[in-house]
Ligand binder design. Structure first.
Ligand code: ADP
Ligand code: MG
Length: 348
C-alpha cells in the first residue's frame, strides 16, 4: 500500500546509461536530459587525488583540449562500467540535475536503467548499486535490446517476432523479440567508437594527419557512408601532420571513408547474420514480414540501411529518433512495473 502511494507521488525516472550519451526520461514529462556520458577529472600535482570538474556537455567541450592536470574520461566505455566511482558520481550528478530542474524528487524515485545484454551479473550489480547510492528508492534493470524495441514501437508483445539492432557508441545489441521477451540477444563491442577509431587510423595512414576523437566523429557524421548510393562528396579536415608535426589541412572523401569502414561494418553484419541463423524457424518467417529495425546513433550512418537490405535480403527500417529509442523504451517499461509484465523479468 505504502509503495503504491509512494509510486503515485514520486516522479519515476528512466535512464539510458549509454556509452556515448546518457538520457533521462521522466514519467509524464518525456526526455528531460540528454548529455554525453563524460566526466572531466582534475588531478592534483602528484597525480593522486582526483575530483570531478565537469560532467556531460561541459566535459565534452574539454575533450582533447585539456591541460595536464585535467583528464576527460568516459566511465561507460565499451558498454560496461569501466570506472565504478566515476559512474556513480555521474549518475548522481544527472539525477540531481533533473531533480533540481523541476523540483521533482521530494520522494526518492524508482529508476529503470538499461544494461547491455552482454554485461555480467557483477556489472549489472554495479549499475544497480550506483543508482541506489545516487538516491533511488528502487532500481529495475531492463535489457537494452528490449528497451530499444519498446522505444521503437515494435509490437513486442505480439506472437510475431521482430528484430532490433541498436548501434550505440560502445556496443551493438542485436535482439529478436516475441511475446514480450527476448528470444535471442547478443551484444558485440563494435559500434560508433570503433568506427571513429578506424576513421582516425585511416586519416593517419593515408593522409599522414593525426586527428582527435571529435574530428573523427565529425567526419563520420558529415561524410560517413556505408553504401556507394549514400556517398556525399568530400570534406576539408584539420589535424597535425605526422611528418612535420605542424597543423595541416587535407581533403577526405566519402568514398574513402566508406572503404575504410568496410571491415568494421562487416562485423556488425556478421552479428546480424548469426542472430538470423540462431532464430527458431517459426520466428524467422515473421522476420520476413517485420524486417529489422535500427536504433541508436549508429543507425544514422548514411546508407547503413541500404547495405543491410543488400546483405540480409530483409526489410530494414531506421526507427524514429533512433538516439532516443532506448530512453523512451526504459520510460515505457516504468509503466509496466506495476502491471507485472514480462519485459523486466529476465534480469535480476
Ligand atoms: N549522424 C550520425 N551518423 C553516424 N553516427 C552517428 C550519428 N549521430 C550520432 N552517431 C554516433 O552514435 C553513437 C552514439 O549513439 P548512442 O545511441 O547515443 O550511443 P550509446 O547508447 O552507447 O550512448 C556515437 O558513436 C555517435 O558518433
Ligand atoms: Mg544506447
Amino acid at each position: 500500500m505504502l509503495r503504491k502511494l509512494l509510486s503515485y507521488f514520486a516522479s519515476d525516472i528512466a535512464i539510458d546509461l549509454g556509452t556515448a550519451n546518457t538520457i533521462v526520461y521522466v514519467k509524464g514529462k518525456g526526455v528531460i536530459l540528454n548529455e554525453p556520458s563524460m566526466v572531466a577529472l582534475g588531478v592534483d600535482r602528484n597525480g593522486l587525488s582526483k575530483r570531478i570538474i565537469a560532467v556531460g556537455h561541459e566535459a565534452k567541450i574539454m575533450l582533447g583540449k585539456t591541460p595536464g592536470q585535467i583528464e576527460v574520461i568516459r566511465p561507460m566505455k565499451d558498454g560496461v562500467i569501466a570506472d565504478f566511482t566515476v559512474t556513480e558520481q555521474m549518475i548522481k550528478y544527472f539525477i540531481k540535475k533533473v531533480g533540481s530542474q523541476k523540483k521533482l524528487f521530494s520522494i526518492p524515485p524508482t529508476i529503470v536503467i538499461c544494461v547491455p545484454c552482454g554485461s555480467t551479473q557483477v556489472e549489472r550489480r554495479a549499475i544497480k548499486d550506483s543508482a541506489l547510492a545516487a538516491g533511488a528508492r528502487k532500481v529495475e534493470l531492463i535489457e537494452e535490446a528490449m528497451a530499444a524495441a519498446l522505444g521503437a514501437d515494435l509490437p513486442v508483445s505480439s506472437a510475431s517476432a521482430s528484430m532490433v539492432v541498436d548501434i550505440g557508441g560502445g556496443t551493438t545489441e542485436v535482439g529478436v523479440i516475441s511475446l514480450g521477451g527476448l528470444v535471442y540477444a547478443n551484444s558485440i563491442r563494435i559500434a560508433g567508437d570503433r568506427i571513429d577509431e578506424v576513421i582516425s587510423n585511416h586519416i593517419r595512414s593515408k593522409h599522414g594527419l593525426l586527428v582527435g576523437d571529435t574530428t573523427a566523429e565529425d567526419i563520420k557524421k558529415q561524410i560517413g557512408s556505408a553504401h556507394p548510393n549514400a556517398d556525399v562528396g568530400d570534406m576539408t579536415i584539420r589535424g597535425r601532420s605526422t611528418f612535420q608535426g605542424l597543423p595541416r589541412e587535407t581533403v577526405v572523401t566519402s568514398q574513402e571513408i566508406r572503404e575504410a569502414l568496410k571491415d568494421t561494418l562487416e562485423q556488425i553484419i556478421a552479428a546480424i547474420r548469426q542472430a538470423l541463423e540462431e532464430t527458431p524457424p517459426e520466428l524467422s518467417a515473421d522476420l520476413i514480414e517485420n524486417g529489422i529495425t535500427l536504433t541508436g546513433g549508429g543507425a544514422l550512418l548514411r546508407g547503413l540501411d541500404v547495405l543491410l537490405i543488400q546483405e540480409t535480403g530483409l526489410k530494414v527500417l531506421v526507427a524514429n529518433e533512433p538516439l532516443l529509442c532506448v530512453a523512451k523504451g526504459c520510460g515505457l517499461a516504468l509503466d509496466f512495473l506495476t502491471e507485472n509484465k514480462l519485459y523486466l523479468s529476465r534480469i535480476r
